[in-house]
Design a protein around this ligand. Structure first.
Ligand code: IPM
Ligand code: MG
Length: 372
């Protein structure tokens, strides 16, 4: 298969982790005889520095003419600490999501068997957790009208949803549930918010088309508690934009590190694949950031194009790296010298030599060749 992939690695650790995902994809292309072409473009703070626009026109047109987009991270502390900055890196990502119509953000959360002890949560609570979060991505409070009074003492953000916006992601969530454990939990705040009441009404109606799927409701405050009390109760979690942002960061604790969580943002025409973590400025350039979220985002990209065996091989490689502690310091208590690029190389090697039973896994953390 030939795929043109736009690479928007963005800010902070974005480029470091995205490079490892590209290594994995190149290895897959070699192993399965595909032709993946990568073209890079600026987004975020780096784009503001280069051309005063967090989403330059050329970047957007590259995305529109590519088959898929691989996204890194966005954000820079110089903007976080300056609330009056008019141009912000995050605007680039939000505009990209809106312009490309990426209304569904799918965030899988899994407790890896090999990492059960790494989570701050108790093993018996998280073991077996397998959740797919469907976060609405182009509506709600993120995109509603914003207001700041002239004296700058009053501000508001409107949370608005239409029936159509709710319906389209709800169908995707129910279809996903049909291939999983057949349960959808709608997370909302319908006891307070009018927009949440519309979500309940529309989701209940759509659910009638999916009689084999159970529909459950949780208020977001309760859901936040249930997520760490009993995460195994969840299968597909469906929610609006901001609740999804918050709940998914919370859920990342289950896996042991936010550096493991990948996501796919899809619409009717375009698809973008991005780790859920941010730009991690403190780690920039240090080669310590966990590249697994980015590598797993590449696996989701392959699945999007129905390259299931290819994606499976990436997942196998990731599981192997976790099992052997070929991981970055955020989840590694055994070795303290394993870098972002080392993890990427290990995964690349595994993809290229999946059946090589002579792999010298014992000394791999010392940086020696993987093959003997
Ligand atoms: C995410 C991020 C973004 C969001 C930021 C960077 C705008 O937190 O993808 O979860 O809030 O959607
Ligand atoms: Mg977030």
């Amino acid at each position: 298969m030939e795929l043109n992939i736009a690479v928007l690695s963005g800010d902070g650790i974005g480029p470091e982790v995205t490079n490892q995902a590209i290594k994995a994809l190149n290895a897959i292309a070699l192993e399965f005889n595909h032709n993946f072409k990568f073209k890079t473009a600026d987004v975020g703070a780096v784009a503001i520095d280069n051309c005063n626009d967090p989403l330059p026109k050329d970047t957007l047109s590259l995305c529109k003419t590519s088959d898929a987009i691989l996204f890194g991270a966005i954000g820079h502390p110089k903007y976080d600490n300056n609330p009056s900055a008019k141009v912000r890196p995050e605007q680039g990502l939000l505009k990209l999501r809106k312009e490309l119509g990426l209304y569904a953000n799918i965030r899988p959360v899994k407790a890896y068997q090999t990492l059960l002890d790494k989570s701050p949560l108790k093993k018996h609570i998280i073991e077996g957790t397998d959740i797919s979060i469907y976060r609405e991505l182009t509506g709600g409070i993120y995109f509603g009208e914003k207001y700041l009074s002239e004296d700058e003492n009053v501000a508001s953000d409107l949370c608005m949803y239409s029936r159509e916006e709710i319906e389209r992601i709800t169908h995707l969530a129910f279809k996903a549930a049909q291939n999983r454990r057949r349960k959808v939990t709608l997370v909302d705040k319908a006891n307070v918010l009018e927009s949440s009441r519309l979500w309940r009404k529309v989701v209940t109606e759509v659910a009638k088309d999916y009689k084999d799927v159970e529909l459950d409701f949780l208020f977001v405050d309760n859901a936040a508690m249930q997520m760490i009390l009993n995460p195994k109760q969840f299968d597909v979690v469906l929610t609006e934009n901001m609740f999804g942002d918050i709940i998914s960061d919370e859920a990342s604790v289950i896996g042991g590190s936010i550096g493991l969580l990948a996501s796919a943002s899809v619409g009717d025409k375009y698809a973008m694949f991005e780790p859920i973590h941010g730009s991690f400025p403190q780690a920039t350039g240090k080669d310590i950031a966990n590249p697994i979220a980015s590598i797993l985002s590449a696996a989701m990209l392959l699945e999007h194009f129905e390259l299931f065996n290819e994606a499976k091989l990436i997942r196998m490689a990731v599981e192997k790296s976790l099992k052997l502690d070929i991981t970055t310091p955020d989840i590694n208590t055994k070795y303290d010298n394993i870098t972002t690029s080392r993890v990427g190389e290990f995964i690349e090697d595994f993809i290229l030599n999946p059946n090589d039973t002579n792999m010298n896994f014992t000394n791999i953390h010392l940086g020696q060749s993987t093959i003997i």
